[in-house]
Design a protein around this ligand. Structure first.
Ligand code: PHE
Length: 339
């Protein structure tokens, strides 16, 4: 039986055949199983001898089957490798590569600029407590300026932040002023209950800036805004400050930059008197400092809030803010930075 089995295995030449032989020799109805099953009829002396021998035969056949199987598989693989070939010089299939959204590009550029000037970047939450969005920014309940920022409320005291300014309060509260001034920017999304049109969107972006320390002046603010404007729009730009009003800054200003040639074709947005308004800013109001635990007799600072959406519109002459949010690839790919 052993010799016959080994011969059969040696002569078989495909995997199915090897499997058939395995079933025939070693299967439940095969001769080996039969011998092992018959053991109980044998005498006590015979039993170990027969058992040992049957096991040896079984192991040997099993090993032969395994070897045959792997050598057949190896042969199959070799044949396959021989018949197939890959031309590694053929051009590949192009993979479409994504790009940061144009607004994200502006935010990234600003973040890089400010990190270079030693600012920290603080990302706040879009769901904010009313207390931080308003009260701690010197806007008590029923303050008329709350109307300027029509708000999505989640509960009576929790809302979608209408501005990134709450991060001013949060950062001042946690900053250790004995270690030096606080310099931070905070980019992110903000929400207002506006009806969407060419210049309004219920969701848009802001980058908040805040510097609080011992000798911070309005000249520092103007110089910083000049760096921002020149970095984004061109080094020839001038910045001017006009008086304005925000509850959390005193004095408050609006910053304009001189007109520049957007997209080399003259900027549609830049009509009129040669200046474009770009952002709101001011010196941090003493009440705001106090509410965040900062002594206004020792420390002072400036803050600004700018809108990357507006910056992108100005920079590229985009006339409808909704274009940024409709995900039309023909629009978005115009701002690709490839190549
Ligand atoms: N938070 C203000 C706004 O959304 C902008 C601003 C920020 C003004 C910081 C002054 C200082 O309109």
């Amino acid at each position: 039986l052993r010799q016959q089995g080994l011969n059969e295995i040696a002569n078989s030449d495909d995997l199915k055949n090897v499997n058939d032989i395995r079933v025939k020799l070693l299967g439940k109805k095969g001769p080996i199983t039969n011998v092992l099953r018959g053991m109980r009829d044998l005498s006590a002396e015979e039993r170990p001898k027969v058992g040992k021998f049957a096991n040896e035969v079984r192991d040997e056949l099993q090993q032969a089957l395994e070897d045959k199987k792997s050598s057949l598989e190896q042969a199959l693989m070799n044949a396959k490798l021989q018949s197939e070939s890959i031309d590694v010089t053929l051009p590949g299939t192009p993979v479409a590569q994504g790009q940061p959204h144009v607004i994200q590009q502006i935010i990234d550029q600003l973040v890089d600029l400010f990190i270079g000037m030693g600012y920290e970047v603080a990302v706040g939450d879009e769901v904010e407590q009313e207390e931080y969005n308003f009260e701690k920014l010197n806007l008590p309940k029923d303050h008329p300026a709350r109307d300027m920022q029509d708000t999505f409320y989640i509960t009576p005291s929790v809302l979608m932040r209408t501005q990134t300014s709450p991060m001013q309060a949060r950062m001042m509260e946690t900053h250790d002023f004995s270690k030096g001034p606080l310099k931070m920017i905070s980019p992110g999304k903000v929400y207002r209950r506006d009806t969407d049109d060419a210049t309004h969107s219920h969701q848009f972006h802001q980058v908040e800036g805040l510097v609080v320390g011992e000798h911070v002046t309005m000249a520092d603010l103007k110089g910083t805004l000049e760096v921002v404007a020149q970095n984004l729009f061109g080094d020839q730009l001038k910045v001017r400050l006009r008086p304005s009003y925000f509850p959390f800054t005193e004095p408050s200003v609006e910053a304009d930059v001189t007109c520049f040639n957007c997209l080399g074709k003259g900027c549609a947005i830049c009509k009129g008197n040669g200046w474009i308004e770009v952002l709101g800013a001011g010196m941090v109001h003493p009440n705001v400092l106090k509410m965040s635990g900062v002594d206004p007799d020792v420390y002072g600072g400036f803050a600004f809030g700018l809108g990357p959406d507006r910056f992108a519109m100005i920079k590229y002459g985009v006339e409808d803010i909704r274009d940024f949010y409709q995900n039309d690839m023909r629009f978005l790919t115009q701002f690709d930075q490839k190549g």
